[in-house]
Design a protein around this ligand. Structure first.
Ligand SMILES: Cc1cc2nc3c(=O)[nH]c(=O)nc-3n(C[C@H](O)[C@H](O)[C@H](O)COP(=O)(O)OP(=O)(O)OC[C@H]3O[C@@H](n4cnc5c(N)ncnc54)[C@H](O)[C@@H]3O)c2cc1C
Length: 328
């Protein structure tokens, strides 16, 4: 591991001043960053420990909805009464992620920013990883790509975003509130994570000098007919091969609103808007769900070892919707 300085600033203003130091990084729970540092993938010159700053509150907002502090731990968010009652999809997704010990450490900000789990990114013995060494190539394209993307990839990178939480946040129209040297701004979650394109080293649109302060969830009608389905190699503890956040708003059996978002299939949570359109306004039925699931995989492209993911994604979407709509 490289040598680095460690700071524990007393407030957000001071943390934001220090993050302007080139090579400085925030550390929340440390459950991703420390692994990356031990592997030599991340080499910060300064660690700014923000874990103790007062940004862990979860509160109801005046117009409805809730605000979740960026330093709220994943386990606390999943257990919070407001989350469980109004956003059960988020609680389900969080509880499907990692292990209890990790969820006790992991923060919301860190989860949003966690990096891909592509083996070539993690293993510095491989030279070809455009994400780690821009311009070096992508070993996964013709290599071990069983866990890799089937949507939105590029010739530069076929890695996926590994988060469960981000999939649910996308279904729930989350907004990320951030602050940097140019002040505060809010970023819709759909615009927060990036597709790899020509610059896979940039996974989010957060600027280097910005800190995530909180996440807002607007009032949404998805508090009853929801289901987070995670398909993985081990039920106890593994990243998603494919996951689906399915949310339905039903009125007398008719779908008045719907969200279908897939995880483990792209560089960012992948919202299946065309599949949603198939269901919107229809009476929910097994046939309508199967039609939507077929549309959800339109445009999917696999790379050999991950060919299975296309069929898996279709059946996962179908199963998640059937569960969400109490049809299974
Ligand atoms: C064995 C293992 C299994 C796991 N399984 C899963 C799983 O199944 N599903 C899943 O979703 N996740 C899983 N994870 C990942 C885990 O959820 C993340 O490591 C965790 O959410 C990261 O949060 P953290 O607070 O520890 O982040 P840190 O490691 O502290 O930081 C991660 C990144 O976020 C940045 N950062 C942190 N806070 C902020 C902020 N407020 N503003 C700006 N930048 C910030 C840091 O600079 C760093 O770049 C697993 C992790 C491990 C080690």
């Amino acid at each position: 591991m490289n040598s680095f300085s460690y700071l524990r600033p007393g407030d957000v203003t001071s943390a934001l001043q220090h993050i302007r130091t080139p090579g400085a990084k925030f550390i929340g729970g440390g459950s991703n960053l420390l692994d990356l540092m031990k592997g030599g993938i991340e080499q910060p010159v300064m660690l700014i420990d923000i874990s103790h700053l007062p940004l862990s509150e979860i509160s109801a907002q005046p117009g409805g909805g809730i605000r979740i502090g960026a330093l709220a731990r994943n386990s606390d968010v999943a257990a919070h009464p407001l989350v469980r009652r109004n956003y059960p999809l988020l609680a389900q997704a969080l509880l499907a992620g990692a292990s209890p010990q990790l969820r006790n450490m992991a923060t919301v900000g860190g989860n949003l920013m966690q990096r891909t789990r592509c083996g070539y990114f993690y293993d510095t013995a491989f030279d070809a990883c455009n994400k780690r060494l821009p311009g070096s190539g992508c070993a996964a394209l013709a290599g071990r790509n069983r866990n890799h993307a089937i949507f939105g990839a590029s010739e530069q990178c076929i890695a996926v975003n590994p988060s469960d939480m981000n999939v649910a946040l996308t279904a729930l129209d989350a907004v990320i509130n951030v602050q940097g040297s140019h002040g505060r701004r809010s970023i819709a979650i759909a615009d927060f994570h990036r597709l790899p394109g020509e610059t896979p080293q940039h996974e989010t649109n957060l600027a280097a000098d910005e800190m995530i302060l909180s996440v807002d969830l607007p009032p949404v009608p998805f508090d009853e007919y929801v289901y987070y389905l995670k398909v993985r190699d081990r039920a106890s503890y593994a990243f998603a091969l494919v996951s689906v956040a399915a949310a339905l708003d039903l009125h007398l059996g008719r779908v008045t609103d719907v969200r279908i978002v897939m995880g483990g299939v792209a560089h960012k949570p992948w919202r299946a808007t065309a599949a949603e359109a198939v269901l919107r306004g229809k009476i929910l039925s097994a046939t309508a769900v199967a039609d939507a699931a077929r549309v959800a995989i339109d445009g999917a492209q696999a790379y050999g070892q991950n060919d299975y993911k296309i069929e898996l994604a279709q059946s996962a979407v179908e199963r998640a919707l059937l569960h969400a709509g109490d049809l299974s």
